[in-house]
Design a protein around this ligand. Sequence first.
Ligand code: SAH
Ligand code: SF4
Length: 375
Amino acid sequence: MNRTENILRRSKLTQEEIVYLLGLQGEEKTLLFEHSARIKEEAVGKRVYFRGLIEFSNICMKNCLYCGIRHDNAAINRYSLQEEEIFAAARFAFENNYGSLVLQSGEVETGNFTRQVEKVLRGINRITGGKLRITLSCGEQDKATYQRWHDCGAHRYLLRIESSNPALYEKLHPRDEFHRFRRRLDCLYSLQEIGYQVGTGVMIGLPFQTVEDLAGDLQFMQQFDIDMVGMGPYLEHAHTPLYAHRDQLLPREERFQLALKMIAVLRILMKDINIAATTAMQAIDKLGREKAIKVGANVIMPNITPGKYRDDYLLYQNKPCTDENAEDCKTCIEARIALADNEIAYGEWGDSAHFTKKGQGTRDKGRSGRSWQTA
Ligand code: SAH
Ligand code: SF4
């Protein structure tokens, strides 16, 4: 048995072993992908859950150095969807049996924003009789705000750690009090303590990032006992400060392959979590999301944001599907999932099996041991 086969027999891996897997090429890489596909099938089946994605506002108070909708980028139109537009999109998801919604926005920490989100959550629950699971992705907020949104019916939250290496995190963000690694981590703990299904993730192929950093990211997800993960390649945007470091980037195809390997290894490490096939995968490879599904992803987020706003929610350039509407996305993704020899789990919430098995989330004693050290 060679080293790859030997490592693939186990699910507890050292950082060095993860680095080894992330470096595989050729036939050895195929072995990894076949193995992760088998594990996915055994643990969560060949089924893909839909979450209708509503990018409801691109107004952001932050200035993450990689992001196209950062506050200081004056070259975009800022928008915030009207409540009725959000409700119409939610109705589309409901009528098309999507099971879940993701409401995503830039980060705004104000009482007004908190109340607006509350109203939207209540409205969606009223319209759909509480039958859609709602995920929020609105950045860092205080614990009381997260609690209020949870009380209004949001039961999942996505907050990517972006990088679990504090030194790298600092290089990707302005060095001020609004962009602290420690705060991001505390937010993740708060979400867990409240009882959300918690999702995190990282960008792959960032300038300054090493393969050891990426292995550390996977170990972070495991130690944090995360329920859901969305991760994809970093994609440069000309109107951001990080663009100045584009000469350090891996070629796009290599970033994509690294992202596929990250998904495959994560599926081996955390067999029953939900892993998204992200849009950024498709920005590099036309079949990117299908490939992600084949090697381990089991969630896809068809965009249901009204078409006219999509060009203004460009976190990165060359984002696919901005000229489409919700119906186009649905038809296209259905075909793609069939191509990946998986089926769509229509009408199901698709909660993270990992979360469900843990019982009532963090209310279980000892779950959130705050084991992750930042030092
Ligand atoms: N404001 C919220 C949610 C919107 S941003 C937040 O920051 O959590 C959602 C995700 O987009 C971020 O977490 C980041 O990982 C990703 N993103 C931003 N800029 C990107 C880029 N240039 N390439 C790839 N992903 C990017
Ligand atoms: Fe704002 Fe999120 Fe972009 Fe950071 S990543 S600038 S918080 S939208």
